[in-house]
Design a protein around this ligand. Structure first.
Ligand SMILES: Nc1ncnc2c1ncn2[C@@H]1O[C@H](COP(=O)(O)OP(=O)(O)OP(=O)(O)O)[C@@H](O)[C@H]1O
Ligand SMILES: [Mg+2]
Length: 322
């Protein structure tokens, strides 16, 4: 299996005059070709920060980044601007919830797609460029007509599809979608996810999907990473974690979503709030909200343990010790 991304002990801290926010703490995970990793966790748990750090979109003046990220054999954090520009759109693409705001209101959709295509394919003929743009539009189920329209003539869902089409123009090795489909209605979201799965098979793109929605992960990902207050508490194969989550927080998160199939169940929420991320905490970060927490949990931070099959968990009592 070809490894696309290896992230080791990634920590990201926002630094301002009077405080530091520990937004991501020692996150580690890997992505192989064709993998689709769902990153889930409550609002404020550091998901977007992690994605933006990997994409080198955070201002280096106010953010401290520690750890390693190897993308297809290259060190993401050692790259200069030129090297990054070569990578963007071509090998590593991203769509955020507000990405569509980056479209120019005064240019037609088709022209904007073509401009991005030419960044990496300057010698492509006019015809090739146009064909490519039209192919990408059809991949996300948009009619050829959209090519000649301006952004204001499209709905939010159509614009988001345009952004996904743009992000796939160069068949990137890795596509990061940060809540890119969350604002869409369920039918449109379902269609886009279905399209992405098809493209994944056709182009062998790998994907990171950041979402609040466990059903998106269940339906469209083969791996999942559960984040809580900057910490990646559990990662592993989706089916395995949905069936038998090893971390108490993952159990809570899964119990808070209705099952895709089967009987209705009473949904449970996890009592309590995310801890203050501007202070360093002793012990397990989830201990204050954990029903099963023991003395050890409040004192010692758990190591990440490997349960096999790429399943990792950071909990003192998840390895059957209890
Ligand atoms: N530009 C910033 N400056 C300072 N702190 C920030 C900045 N952006 C995010 N944070 C803080 O970093 C932490 C993680 O935020 P982040 O946006 O990464 O979470 P998230 O998991 O993406 O949340 P959501 O699901 O709401 O999008 C939060 O405590 C947030 O307040
Ligand atoms: Mg976010």
């Amino acid at each position: 299996m070809e490894r696309i991304l290896t992230v080791n002990d990634l920590s990201v801290t926002y630094i301002s005059k009077n405080k530091s926010t520990y937004a991501v703490c020692d996150a580690s995970f890997v992505i192989d070709r064709g993998d689709s990793l769902g990153v889930v966790g409550e609002s404020g748990s550091g998901k977007s920060t992690m994605a933006m750090a990997l994409l080198r979109l955070l201002s280096e003046k106010s953010v401290d980044i520690d750890g390693q990220a190897d993308f297809c054999g290259e060190d993401l954090f050692a790259m200069n601007k030129n090297e990054l520009a070569k990578l963007r759109w071509k090998k590593l693409s991203a769509v955020f919830q507000k990405s569509m705001n980056s479209l120019s209101p005064v240019h037609r959709i088709g022209d904007q797609i073509e401009d991005i295509y030419r960044i990496h394919e300057p010698s492509a003929t006019h015809r090739q460029t146009r064909e490519r743009a039209l192919k990408m539009l059809s991949l996300v189920n948009l009619n050829d007509r959209v090519y000649r329209l301006y952004p204001h003539e499209l709905s939010g869902g159509m614009l988001q599809r345009v952004m996904i089409a743009v992000s796939l123009l160069h068949e990137p090795d890795l596509l990061i979608l940060d809540e890119a489909t969350t604002a869409l209605d369920v039918v449109t979201q379902g269609q886009i996810l279905e399209e992405l799965r098809r493209m994944e098979r056709e182009l062998s793109t790998s994907r990171i999907i950041i979402t609040h929605d466990m059903s998106v992960v269940a339906a469209g990902c083969n791996r999942v990473a559960v984040m809580y207050a900057g910490h990646m508490l559990e990662t592993g194969p989706v089916e395995r974690i949905l069936r038998k989550p090893a971390h108490p927080y993952s159990r809570g998160l899964i119990a808070a979503f209705p099952p895709l199939k089967g009987d209705r169940v009473e949904l449970k929420s996890i009592p309590g709030y995310l801890p203050d991320m501007t202070v360093r905490h002793e012990g397990c970060i989830f201990a204050p909200r954990c029903e099963d927490a023991q003395e050890k949990c409040r004192k010692e931070s758990p190591e990440r343990s490997n349960l096999g099959d790429g399943h990792t968990v950071s909990c003192h009592f998840a390895g059957g010790e209890k």
